[in-house]
Write a protein that binds this ligand. Sequence first.
Ligand code: FES
Length: 143
Amino acid sequence: MERRVFVKKACGICLLGMAGMLTPGLMNTAIAKGNKIYKVKLTEQNEVIVPLSLFIENKLQIVRVKDWEYDMAIQKKEDGSFIALLLRCTHMDNQIHPSNEGYICSLHGSTFDQTGNVTKGPAEIALTQYHANIKEDHLIITA
Ligand code: FES
């Protein structure tokens, strides 16, 4: 192969690769944009305490626990109970983000429903779920 042809093909492949790497990043920004992040510290009892007032307008709240590598999603269900999920993809530990149907991983495209079950692989295992209890006007999540 002539040197000029090789360089041209190699550059084309690099550009395609870069475009593929940038697109998921843009998608994440767009997906995460509508959800405000509530920042909190873990208590000495390994609990995450979130005010219930956060769920008056939005059924979904993204929570960032200090020193945790991954965010948590807390969803208020139709029956008034809550589900708390760690936003760590069970395929290769990538941070996942909310989507219209549940959650999506931008790395290899796994999707999860709102209860954390896998709806599309390559992930095969459901998201980590935490116990959530209502106590007065707060939600207590046991980590
Ligand atoms: S790390 Fe999420 S699908 Fe691979």
